[in-house]
Design a protein around this ligand. Structure first.
Ligand code: BJW
Length: 258
């Protein structure tokens, strides 16, 4: 495997690759939403939660041990996401769909791609906004109290069917991803052809199975392009790495195509 070209500005090779692509598969992660004001997953611990490892909070074990503590973290993040807007990167991807056949598979649990006007094919790790019962899995459609300020503990709502605790509709470590999201993403990867492009945006490439998709796409013949200001676990297997923030690089890319 050849080493990637790494640039801090948008190179012509990247513009030409996207211009020549029939299909563009977008694999986005938490860095996509940074310029909207949503911290990345690994930076999401602040204030009340900063002494906790996020990979330990994002587990069913943590929720079962202390539901109000974990629910308060998610209620705060729901409130945070509700209060921010899609950034220029989200908007650029929505515009790209007018120029190319774009499929978005995101690890993000926010709804900022959709609010920018994109259709999201797969939310691999679920959504902050699809709460369900932790006992009987019934979707919860009742009121959710969202704190205006971070608070340490907040009782989760109670399931009207079985009185179980309601949990966030996200995928925690050790849990299966939604079948449909995995199937949609893997079929989008399988149908890539030489000349198609994969944009890997704002992910650390630490969490599987999502972290495996860029390499699978490369094996199908696609040109794999990373947009991330920092090196990630998948940087080395990309063809091109653009070391910049998504909200700057993506608008430049879409403008260059026009
Ligand atoms: C910018 C930027 C800017 C900053 N612009 N970029 C194979 C090998 C080893 C382990 C496993 C394996 N298969 C499965 C596992 C186990 C596990 C796993 O992967 N563990 C690893 C940690 C090793 N996976 C699972 O458990 C998954 N389930 C599963 O596979 O089921 C089957 C199974 C079960 C058990 C055993 C084996 C198989 C489930 C994973 C669920 C992940 N859920 C979370 C929490 C969601 C809820 C919540 O948000 O609280 O999803 S974890 C967290 O990480 C969240 C994210 O979606 C996910 C990925 O994070 P992401 O998006 O990459 O964010 P960050 O913060 O890590 O990185 C941000 C990046 O942005 C950085 O690179 C910055 O540089 C960059 N950035 N500013 C662009 N402006």
């Amino acid at each position: 495997m050849t080493t990637p070209t790494v640039t801090t500005t948008l190179p012509d090779a990247v513009i030409d690759a996207v211009r020549g692509a029939r299909r563009v598969l977008v694999l986005s992660g938490a860095g996509m939403s940074v310029e909207s004001g949503v911290p990345t997953f690994r930076d999401a611990q602040s204030g009340l939660w900063e002494q906790f490892d996020p990979s330990q909070l994002a587990t069913i074990e943590a929720f079962q041990m202390d539901p109000p503590f974990v629910w308060a973290w998610y209620a705060w993040r729901m409130q945070l996401v509700r209060g921010v807007d899609p950034n220029a990167g989200h908007v650029a991807l929505a515009e790209l769909a007018g120029l190319r056949d774009v499929t978005i598979s995101t690890q993000n649990v926010d709804d900022l791609h959709e609010r920018a006007g994109s259709s999201v094919a797969a939310h691999l790790h679920g959504s902050l906004f699809d709460p369900r019962c932790s006992e009987c899995d019934t979707p919860y459609e009742g009121e959710i109290e969202l704190p205006q300020e971070p608070i340490e503990r907040l009782e989760p709502p109670t399931c009207p069917q079985c009185e179980g605790d309601v949990r966030p509709g996200v995928v925690w470590f050790g849990e299966m991803l939604p079948d449909e999201a995995v199937e949609t993403t893997e079929s989008a990867v399988d149908s890539l052809e030489t000349g198609d492009v994969v944009l890997v945006i704002g992910t650390s490439g630490l969490v599987y199975p999502a972290a495996g998709y860029p390499a699978m796409a490369r094996a199908e013949g696609a040109t794999v392009i990373e947009i991330n200001p920092h090196e990630s676990e998948v940087s080395d297997m990309c063809h091109h790495v653009v070391r910049g923030p998504a909200a700057e690089v993506l608008p430049q890319l879409v403008a260059a195509l026009g």
